[in-house]
Design a protein around this ligand. Structure first.
Ligand SMILES: [Zn+2]
Length: 224
């Protein structure tokens, strides 16, 4: 099974950091993307075929992260339009069954068939950040629950403006293909903007003014 999920395995003969594990079996190279928002560097990391989970250190930024590889046993999807809740049961490379629950608000299509390989990447805090369908090549990026990171950076968590923006995302944007594209672009790039705003009060004020106009307009439209 390991060979099917990992692709072509190759024996490592050259000395490297994983040399001491060679007794456990063949080592494959798996391409992983660093889950740290500002980095995102993709690189091929050595993977011992017998183990489902491994810890890594990003070659570019040095951040610790971990990845888990298995094959889909069952996948249940709830919700429609943009926000989808997934319950994934997968069998790891060692044969163990593991369950993962995650919510994605990016509008991405993620539907790996039973038996196909899935890769789950967790950040240094153990938060699931990316799920990859290895056969289809599709991946979903997961962000924090509140997920409106630019608005959260501008208004602070729990602000009433966030609820207005979230309703707009779920009720209006989710209905249209262009809306889903917009949301997906936002989730891909918004984290960088949110980080940029930290410690830049003048820029934050400008974004707050611009978002304020949007929120005011949405509130007017929400009134019966
Ligand atoms: Zn990195």
């Amino acid at each position: 099974m390991a060979g099917r999920i990992l692709g072509r395995l190759r024996a490592r003969s050259s000395p490297g950091p994983l040399l001491r594990y060679e007794a456990q079996g063949p080592v494959a190279v798996v391409r992983l993307r660093c889950p740290e928002g500002r980095c995102g560097t993709e690189h091929g990391y050595a993977w011992i075929a017998a183990c489902a989970g491994h810890g890594f250190r990003c070659v570019a930024c040095g951040a610790a992260f971990s990845a888990w590889l298995g094959e889909v046993a069952a996948l249940a999807v709830e919700g429609a339009a943009i926000v989808r809740r997934y319950r994934l049961e997968a069998r790891g490379l060692g044969g163990e069954l593991a369950a993962f629950a995650f919510t994605d608000a990016s509008g991405a299509r993620f539907a790996p068939a039973p038996g196909s390989g899935v890769l789950l990447v967790h950040d240094a805090r153990g938060v699931l950040r990316e799920v990859v369908d290895r056969a289809a090549g599709t991946r979903i990026h997961l962000v924090a629950r509140q997920a409106c990171f630019v608005a959260t950076a501008v208004y602070g968590p729990g602000a009433p403006e966030l609820a207005v923006l979230r309703r707009f995302r779920d009720r209006r944007l989710g209905r249209h293909a262009w809306g889903r594209l917009l949301v997906r672009a936002y989730y891909r790039n918004g984290m960088g903007l949110a980080r940029f705003l930290v410690g830049r009060p003048r820029c934050t004020r400008l974004v707050r003014q611009a978002l304020g106009l949007v929120v005011a307009m949405l509130r007017t439209r929400e009134r019966p």
